[in-house]
Design a protein around this ligand. Structure first.
Ligand SMILES: CC(C)(COP(=O)(O)OP(=O)(O)OC[C@H]1O[C@@H](n2cnc3c(N)ncnc32)[C@H](O)[C@@H]1OP(=O)(O)O)[C@@H](O)C(=O)NCCC(=O)NCCS
Length: 196
C-alpha cells in the first residue's frame, strides 16, 4: 500500500526520478535540509509498496508582513515543491499530499496557503484550482524564462477571506508590469540581433 511519511536526509539520494521534470524547480541540497529542520511535518514523501519514492511535497510556514484584519502578523503555509513520479500520476497522489499538508497547517491555525506556478503548467493549475486555490497575482518574469502566478487558498481561520484582499487590484497588476515586460522582450531582441 502507498503510504506517506516525513522526508528524511537519505531520501535526497533517491528522489531524482521525481524531481527531474521541466516543471519542477531545482533546489540545492541545503534548501531541502533547511526545510526538513524548520518543519519536518511539512515535508512529506509518498512511498510505493516496493519502497520507491513516488511523490514529494516540500513546504514551510511563514509570517506575512501584511496585516490581515486585526491580525498584525498572520501565519501562512507556503508550498515550495510538489511532484509525483511520471508513472504514478493521475491517481490522486498529489491530492493526497496536499490534503495532508492542508490538515497540518489548519492545525497550526494558519490563515492561508500560497505557492507559485508557471501559467504554462496547465496540469498543476488544474490541480490547484480543483483544490480551491485562486490566482492571487501575476508576477512578471518570476521564472527565468516565464512569468508566474501566486496562487492562494484561504484556510478555515480566515472566515472572511481577508487573505485574498487586494485580489481585484492584482487582477490588473499585469497592466502595470506590461511596459516592463515588453521592454525586457525588446532588450532580448536587441541582444539576439547584435550577438548572433
Ligand atoms: C501536477 C502533479 C503534481 C499532479 O499530480 P497527480 O498525482 O497526477 O495529481 P492528482 O492525481 O491528485 O490529480 C488531481 C486533479 O488534478 C488535475 N490533473 C492532474 N493531472 C492532470 C492532467 N494530466 N490533465 C488534466 N488535469 C489533471 C485533475 O483535476 C485531477 O483530478 P481528477 O483526476 O479527478 O480529474 C504532477 O502532474 C506532477 O508531478 N507534475 C510535474 C511537477 C509539477 O508540475 N509540479 C507542480 C509545480 S507548481
Amino acid at each position: 500500500m502507498t503510504s506517506l511519511r516525513e522526508l528524511v536526509p537519505a531520501d535526497l539520494f533517491k528522489f531524482n526520478s521525481i524531481v527531474f521534470d521541466p516543471f519542477v524547480e531545482g533546489y540545492h541540497m541545503n534548501f531541502y535540509l533547511r526545510k526538513m529542520i524548520q518543519n519536518p511535518k511539512l515535508c512529506q514523501v509518498a512511498v510505493a509498496p516496493d519502497d520507491r519514492l513516488i511523490g514529494l511535497l516540500v513546504s514551510t510556514r511563514g509570517v506575512s508582513k501584511n496585516k490581515i484584519g486585526e491580525e498584525f502578523r498572520p501565519t501562512y503555509g507556503h508550498i515550495s515543491l510538489l511532484a509525483v513520479a511520471a508513472d504514478y500520476r493521475r491517481l490522486g497522489l498529489a491530492t493526497c499530499l496536499m490534503g495532508q499538508f492542508t490538515e497540518t497547517v489548519e492545525r497550526y491555525a494558519d490563515w492561508y496557503v500560497d505557492l507559485y506556478v508557471r501559467p504554462s503548467n496547465l496540469t498543476a493549475m488544474q490541480l490547484y484550482e480543483s483544490l480551491g486555490f485562486v490566482k492571487f497575482r501575476w508576477l512578471s518574469y518570476f521564472y527565468e524564462n516565464e512569468h508566474g502566478y501566486e496562487l492562494r487558498m484561504p484556510l478555515c481561520r480566515d472566515v472572511e477571506r481577508k487573505s485574498l484582499k487586494g485580489i481585484t487590484k492584482y487582477r490588473f497588476y499585469w497592466l502595470y508590469q506590461l511596459p516592463y515586460a515588453l521592454f525586457k522582450e525588446f532588450l532580448k531582441g536587441l541582444k539576439v540581433l547584435f550577438f548572433w
